[in-house]
Design a protein around this ligand. Structure first.
Ligand SMILES: Nc1ncnc2c1ncn2[C@@H]1O[C@H](COP(=O)(O)OP(=O)(O)O)[C@@H](O)[C@H]1O
Ligand SMILES: CC(=O)N[C@@H](CCC(=O)OP(=O)(O)O)C(=O)O
Length: 303
C-alpha cells in the first residue's frame, strides 16, 4: 500500500513516505541538470518496480531535474523473435541483426515497450513523449564493427553483426525542444543510417551517446544485478576508468556487462560527470541513488 505524504508538495506523486523522507533534503542537488536513465529490459520485467520507476521519473521532473529515459528490451525482443520462429544470436553482448530481425526490434522497442513506458509515466501524472533515434534525425548511426580473438590463430577477426549500429552523431535540437516543453523524453534505441537504413543499437550504447552529447550530470544504467560484481560476486561500489578496463581484460566483466562498461568509458570521456550501474528491480532505485547520501550500485568516475 502506498502512502500519499508527498501529495501536497507534489500533487501527482504518491511515493512511500520513508523514501521521500530520505530524498527531500537532497532534491536541490541536481536542479535543472540533465540525468539520463537507461532502463534495461530485464529490470522492467518486475511490474511493481516498473510503477515505482515511473513514479521516480515523475518526481525527478517535478523537483526541477531534467530526466531523459532510454529503454532497452532485449528479453522482450527475444520472446517476440521466438514467437515468430526467427533465430537470434548474441556476439560480444550484441544481437546479430538481419533484415527480419531489425523489423521486429523496431516493432518491439519503438512500438510496444516505448508506449508502455510512456503509459506508466502518464499513469503517475507525468507527461512523457516517446521517440526513437530516427525521430527528428536525433541519432545517426553507422554499421558497428567488432573483432573477436580467434582461439586457433590467436588473431583478432572481424565479426559481421549485420544491422547493428553505433551512434556517430546526436542532433540534440529535438531533445532540447522536448525538454523546454517540460515533457519527459522516452527514447527507444533504434537509429537511422546515412543511407536511410534502420539500425539496432544496444540500449546502453545509445544512452551513453545521448548522455555524452548533452553533457549529462549523471548516467544511470538500471539492470538486474546490484552493480558490477567481482569474481566472488560481491558488489564493487566505486570504480575508475582504469579499473573498468582491467576488469574487462581479466574476464571479471563479461556478456551484457561489456557494452555497459564500454558505455561508461565513452560517456565519462565525453564529459558526463559520473555513471552509476544499479539494480532496477529495487523499489525506487533511481530516487535512492540520486537523492540519498549512500547511493546504490557501482559509481564509476574518470579517476
Ligand atoms: N562482473 C559482472 N558484474 C555484474 N554483472 C555481470 C558481470 N559480468 C557479466 N555480467 C552479466 O551482465 C548482465 C547485465 O547485462 P544485460 O543482461 O545486458 O542487462 P540489461 O538487459 O539490463 O541491459 C548481468 O545480469 C550479468 O549476467
Ligand atoms: C545490438 C543489440 O544488441 N541491441 C539490443 C537492443 C535492446 C537492448 O539493448 O535491450 P537491453 O538493454 O534490455 O539489453 C537487442 O537487440 O537486444
Amino acid at each position: 500500500m502506498k502512502e500519499s505524504l508527498a501529495k501536497d508538495a507534489l500533487p501527482n506523486v504518491h511515493v512511500r513516505a520513508e523514501v521521500l523522507v530520505q530524498a527531500l533534503p537532497h532534491m536541490q542537488r541536481y536542479d535543472q541538470e540533465i540525468v539520463v536513465i537507461k532502463y534495461g529490459g530485464h529490470a522492467m520485467g518486475d511490474r511493481a518496480a516498473a510503477e515505482d520507476f515511473a513514479e521516480d521519473i515523475v518526481l525527478l521532473e517535478q523537483s526541477g531535474l531534467k530526466p531523459i529515459v532510454v529503454h532497452g528490451g532485449g528479453p522482450q525482443i527475444g520472446r517476440m523473435l521466438g514467437r515468430l520462429g526467427i533465430e537470434s544470436e548474441f556476439r560480444g553482448g550484441l544481437r546479430v541483426t538481419d533484415e527480419a530481425t531489425v523489423e521486429v526490434v523496431e516493432m518491439v522497442l519503438a512500438g510496444s515497450i516505448n508506449k508502455q513506458i510512456v503509459g506508466w509515466i502518464s499513469a503517475e501524472g507525468g507527461r512523457a513523449i516517446g521517440l526513437c533515434g530516427k525521430d527528428g534525425n536525433m541519432v545517426r548511426a553507422r554499421k558497428a564493427t567488432r573483432t573477436v580473438l580467434d582461439p586457433e590463430s590467436q588473431t583478432e577477426q572481424e565479426i559481421d553483426l549485420g544491422l547493428v549500429g553505433e551512434p556517430e552523431h546526436v542532433e540534440r535540437g529535438v531533445l532540447d525542444a522536448v525538454l523546454k516543453a517540460e515533457l519527459i523524453p522516452v527514447l527507444a534505441p533504434v537509429a537511422f543510417g546515412a543511407d536511410g537504413q534502420t539500425y539496432n543499437v544496444n540500449a546502453d550504447t545509445f544512452a551513453g551517446a545521448i548522455a555524452g552529447a548533452l553533457r549529462a550530470k549523471r548516467l544511470l544504467l538500471l539492470t538486474d544485478v546490484p552493480g558490477v560484481l567481482d569474481k566472488d560476486k560481491k558488489l564493487i561500489t566505486d570504480l575508475t576508468l582504469e579499473d573498468c578496463r582491467r576488469l574487462i581484460a581479466d574476464g571479471t566483466i563479461t556478456g551484457g556487462m561489456i557494452p555497459k562498461i564500454e558505455t561508461c568509458i565513452y560517456a565519462l570521456e565525453q564529459g558526463v560527470e559520473a555513471v552509476v550501474i544499479l539494480d532496477g528491480k529495487v523499489s525506487h532505485a533511481v530516487l535512492l541513488e540520486l537523492f540519498t547520501d549512500h547511493g546504490a550500485g557501482t559509481l564509476i568516475r574518470r579517476t
